[in-house]
Write a protein that binds this ligand. Structure first.
Ligand code: KIV
Length: 286
C-alpha cells in the first residue's frame, strides 16, 4: 500500500495530500455519534502506524507509550518531547486515520494557557489533528479554551491512568452511585465544553451506556461497553505482547510468542552457523 504524498497546490491553504485516501476529519468523527462504531488503536511508531492505518478511523499516540515503549512504571513520567517524537512518526506512517496525541501528565492541568501552549506545540511538531486530555468537569474550562482556539480535544473520563497515584491503582470505576453520577457529570461537562469525543475507560457497563446516551459527541470505550460509539485498545495488548491479560482486553493474536520463537530460531541458527546461508550472502561476480 502506498504511503506517498502528492503536492496539492490548488489553493493557498493546500497541503501535501496523501494518496489515494484523505484523512478522516474532526467533523467526520463527530458525525459517527450513534452510527457506525469508531475504530481506534494506539500507535507509537511509523511501521505500526502503516500497518494499522487502513483499518482504523483514529490512531491514538497514547501516553501508555510510557509503559509500552519506555518501560516506565506509569504514564506520570512521560514527557512532551516523547509525545512529539512518537506523534510525528505516527503521522508520517499514516494517511487515512485521524491522529490524536495524548497531553502528558503535568503539561496541561495548571491552566488553559498551559494546555494551549502544549497542544499547539504538539500539533505543530507532529501534524496531529487533535489532542486528548484526562479529567472531567475540572478540565471543562480548558476544553472550551482549546476548542475555541482551533484545537480539537478528546476527553477521557472514568479510570484516568495519569491519576493513578490519587486513585491508588487501576481498578474499575463507578461501583458506588456517587462515583457513577460523577463520571456521567464529568463526561457531560467535557461534552458541553466542546470535546469532539470522550474516551470512557474502566467503568461498570451501565455507566458507559449512560454516558453514551447523555452526551452529544461520540464515546470511545475501553473496558466500558459495546454500546459506546467506538472502541480503543492498546495495540500491544490486543496483539498479545504482554503476559497479563486484563479483563477488558481481547487478544487477537499471540505475537509475543511468535517474536520469542523467531528470536530463538535465529539464535540457534547463528550458533550452529546455519545462518546466513548462500541465499543471504554476496559472492564476487565472475
Ligand atoms: O494512553 C493510552 O493508550 C490511552 C488509551 C488506553 C485510551 O489513553
Amino acid at each position: 500500500m502506498s504511503t506517498t504524498f502528492t503536492f496539492d497546490n490548488s489553493t493557498s491553504r493546500a497541503n501535501p495530500t496523501p494518496a489515494p485516501m484523505r484523512r478522516l476529519t474532526v467533523p467526520a468523527i463527530r458525525e459517527r455519534k450513534g452510527a457506525e462504531p469508531l475504530v481506534m488503536l494506539t500507535a507509537y511508531t511509523v511501521r505500526m502506524a502503516q500497518l494499522l492505518d487502513p483499518h482504523c478511523d483514529m490512531l491514538l499516540v497514547g501516553d501508555s507509550l510510557g509503559q509500552v515503549i519506555y518501560g516506565l512504571p506509569s504514564t506520570v513520567p512521560v514527557t512532551v518531547e516523547m509525545m512529539c517524537a512518537h506523534g510525528a512518526a505516527v503521522v508520517r506512517g499514516s494517511y487515512h486515520s485521524l491522529v490524536v496525541v495524548d497531553l502528558p501528565f503535568g503539561s496541561y492541568e495548571a491552566s488553559p494557557m498551559q494546555a494551549f501552549e502544549t497542544s499547539a506545540r504538539i500539533m505543530k511538531e507532529t501534524g496531529a489533528a487533535a489532542v486528548k486530555l484526562e479529567g472531567g468537569a475540572v478540565m471543562a474550562e480548558t476544553v472550551a479554551f482549546l476548542s475555541a482556539r482551533g484545537i480539537p480535544v478528546i476527553g477521557h473520563v472514568g479510570l484516568t491512568p495519569q491519576a493513578v497515584n490519587a486513585l491508588g491503582g487501576y481498578g474499575v470505576r463507578g461501583r458506588s452511585s456517587a462515583e457513577a453520577d460523577k463520571i456521567v457529570a464529568d463526561a457531560k461537562a467535557i461534552d458541553q465544553a466542546g470535546a469532539i469525543a470522550v474516551v470512557v475507560e474502566g467503568v461498570v457497563e451501565p455507566i458507559a451506556i449512560a454516558v453514551t446516551k447523555a452526551i452529544a459527541c461520540p464515546t470511545i470505550g475501553i473496558g466500558a461497553s459495546a454500546q459506546c460509539d467506538g472502541q480503543v485498545l492498546v495495540t500491544e495488548d490486543m496483539l498479545g505482547m504482554f503476559d497479563r491479560v486484563p479483563r477488558f482486553v481481547k487478544r487477537y493474536h499471540e505475537i509475543g510468542d511468535e517474536i520469542a520463537q523467531a528470536a530463538a530460531t535465529y539464535a540457534s541458527e547463528v550458533r550452529s552457523r546455519s545462518f546466513p546461508t548462500p541465499d543471504q550472502t554476496y559472492q564476487p561476480k565472475i
